[in-house]
Ligand binder design. Structure first.
Ligand code: ATP
Length: 259
C-alpha cells in the first residue's frame, strides 16, 4: 500500500480568469500532521477544497493537474462523491454543528446518512468519536441536549467528532482554533496530536507556533506558489515572519521593475 495520503501534481487552480494556485507539487505521507501555512489569500483553503472537491461547488473554479487521495485520482477516476466524503473529513474555522440537532445526532448524522454502521453499533461509535475529540467526559450526561447549548470550543470538538464518525483516512482542518481561546485551542491541538496515530491530518494555520506544536511536516505558500515544503524543522528552520516579510519585499521589488 502507498505511504502517501495525498499527492498534488502540477496543480493549477483558477477562479474565473484569475489563477490562484500555480503548479503546486506536494505529497502528504500517511499518518502525519501536515501544516499548510502562508499569508492571507495565498491559497491555503483552496488546497483543502481541492482535496475534498468542495471547490466544484464554485462554478467559476477550474482545476488542472493530478490530485490523488489514498491512491485515487479524484479528478480523473470515477470516484463517487460518497466515497470521497468518507475518505476525507473537514473541520472549518467557525464551528458549524447543526445547532438544533442533539449532540448525539450531530455525531450520528454521517453514519446514518451513509449507512456505515448497524443501529446497534451507533451508540458505541458516537462514544468513540466523542472520546477521540476529548468531549465525551463533558457531554456524556447530556447527549440529547441541542448542540447550540455547547460553548464555542466544545462545538468545535463536536465538529471534529462529527467528521471522525465516518472514520475518514484524512482530516482536513481549516484554521480550526482561530476563533477559540487558548485553553480550548490547546485541547484541540492535543486531539490533533493523538489523532495522527490513525488519521492523516492536514491543517491550515497562520500560527507557526501551532505548526511547531502539532505538525511534523509543512508547506508554505506565497501568492499561490509553494515556496517551502518538507519536514517541519527544515521548513521552519528560521523565522516564519521574516521569511514572509522577505518574500513580500522581493515581490514588491519585482512589481516595481515590471510596472
Ligand atoms: N470563489 C472565489 N472567487 C474568486 N476568487 C476566489 C474565490 N475563492 C477564493 N478566491 C481567491 O483565491 C485566493 C486564495 O484564497 P484562499 O481562501 O485559498 O486563501 P487563504 O490562503 O486560505 O487565505 P486566508 O488565510 O485569508 O483564509 C484569494 O486571492 C481569494 O481572494
Amino acid at each position: 500500500m502507498s505511504s502517501v495520503a495525498v499527492r498534488l501534481s502540477n496543480l493549477n487552480v483558477w477562479f474565473g480568469e484569475r489563477q490562484v494556485l500555480f503548479n503546486v507539487n506536494l505529497s502528504v505521507p500517511l499518518n502525519t500532521v501536515y501544516a499548510i501555512m502562508g499569508p492571507s489569500g495565498s491559497g491555503k483553503s483552496t488546497i483543502l477544497r481541492v482535496i475534498n472537491k468542495l471547490i466544484l461547488l464554485r462554478p467559476e473554479s477550474r482545476v488542472e493537474g493530478r490530485v490523488e487521495v489514498m491512491g485515487l485520482d479524484i479528478y480523473g477516476d470515477s470516484v463517487r462523491p460518497d466515497q470521497l466524503a468518507r475518505l476525507t473529513g473537514m473541520v472549518f474555522q467557525t464551528p458549524n454543528p447543526f445547532p438544533h440537532l442533539s449532540i448525539y445526532d450531530n455525531v450520528a448524522i454521517g453514519p446514518r446518512l451513509h449507512n456505515t454502521v448497524k443501529k446497534s453499533e451507533l451508540d458505541s461509535l458516537v462514544r468513540w468519536a466523542l472520546e477521540k475529540s476529548a468531549l465525551w467526559d463533558e457531554v456524556k450526561d447530556r447527549l440529547r441536549d441541542p448542540a447550540s447549548t455547547l460553548s464555542g470550543g466544545q462545538q468545535q470538538r463536536l465538529c471534529i467528532a462529527r467528521a471522525l464518525a465516518l472514520k475518514p483516512r484524512i482530516l482536513l482542518m481549516d484554521e480550526p482554533t482561530a476563533n477559540l481561546d487558548p485553553v480550548n485551542a490547546a485541547k484541540i491541538e492535543e486531539v490533533i496530536r493523538e489523532l495522527s496515530r490513525d488519521v492523516t491530518v492536514i491543517i491550515v494555520t497562520h500560527d507557526p507556533g501551532q505548526a511547531r506544536r502539532v505538525a511534523n511536516r509543512a508547506a508554505i505558500l506565497f501568492m499561490g506558489r509553494l515556496v517551502r515544503e518538507g519536514p517541519l524543522h527544515s521548513v521552519l528552520h528560521d523565522s516564519y515572519s521574516q521569511l514572509i516579510q522577505r518574500l513580500t519585499e522581493e515581490y514588491a521589488v519585482q512589481r516595481g521593475v515590471s510596472d
